[in-house]
Design a protein around this ligand. Structure first.
Ligand code: DC
Length: 230
């Protein structure tokens, strides 16, 4: 039997979403990118003029928001899924530099994680799943049958994010700004008290710096089949 619960963790722009999504499609599994939820809370805080440093109000927001992730993609604009917050389509808004710059602070609040992790676990029970994030193998689904940790140098990850953002926006984006923002997020994600970013002890670590996305998907798929053999 193939593993039915697959955790993919790693830092920003390590390839988790593309690999996870492709793998899930191939296997016919549900895919959930948990970063979307932390981004949605951050976007809502910015929308409501709640200072991200105001822990109490940010936690209230995380508890109250209705976040929905749907497969249906009526728009042909490169999206993999649609994210709705209280009914508003925020799929691209949650990828803005402002959200990028603030999301790590929001994700470090224990109360925010306390609100979101049970939702993630509930979704995982709906069927075989590939779930991507920072703490899936360590905290959210510690019993996942396959755990993959994707990594890459910060320079390469910033380059990927810079290209992605540049293709989507009108104005010029400075690579150095993306690199600085990514370094800052890495620092916060790795050093926070609650659920810090690190590979689970039983995770398979793949360095994607020099690998094409196709190669990483192949390797992940191979691991799935390998795990499936007695
Ligand atoms: O993967 P991403 O860049 O969309 O994640 C956005 C932020 O959310 C990132 O700073 C780390 C945080 N995050 C987290 O703490 N735990 C997760 N399971 C997923 C994301």
């Amino acid at each position: 039997m193939r593993p039915r619960t697959i955790a993919i963790d790693g830092p920003a722009a390590s390839g988790k979403t593309t690999v996870g999504e492709t793998l899930a499609r191939r296997l016919g599994y549900l895919f959930l990118d948990t970063g979307v939820m932390y981004r949605a809370v951050t976007w809502a805080a910015l929308r409501d003029n709640v200072a991200v440093g105001d822990e109490h109000r940010v936690i209230e927001l995380a508890e109250e928001l209705e976040i929905r992730i749907t497969d249906s993609t009526p728009q042909d604009d490169g999206r993999h899924y649609t994210v709705l917050v209280d009914g508003d389509d925020v799929t691209w808004h949650i990828r803005s530099p402002a959200v990028d710059a603030n999301v790590s602070v929001v994700a470090a609040y224990r109360g925010v994680r306390r609100a979101l992790v049970p939702v993630q676990r509930r979704l995982a029970r709906q069927g075989p799943v590939v779930m991507a994030g920072r703490d899936i193998g360590t905290v959210v689904l510690p019993d996942a049958e396959l755990k993959i940790f994707l990594d890459a140098t910060v320079e390469e990850r910033a380059r990927r994010r810079w290209e992605e953002t540049r293709n989507r926006s009108d104005g010029e984006i400075d690579y150095r700004d993306v690199l600085d923002s990514m370094r800052r997020r890495d620092r916060i994600d790795k050093n926070r008290d609650v659920s810090p970013l690190r590979p689970a002890r039983d995770a398979v670590v793949i360095d994607t710096t020099e690998l094409s996305i196709d190669k990483v998907v192949e390797e992940a798929h191979r691991l799935v089949e390998e795990r499936g053999c007695p």
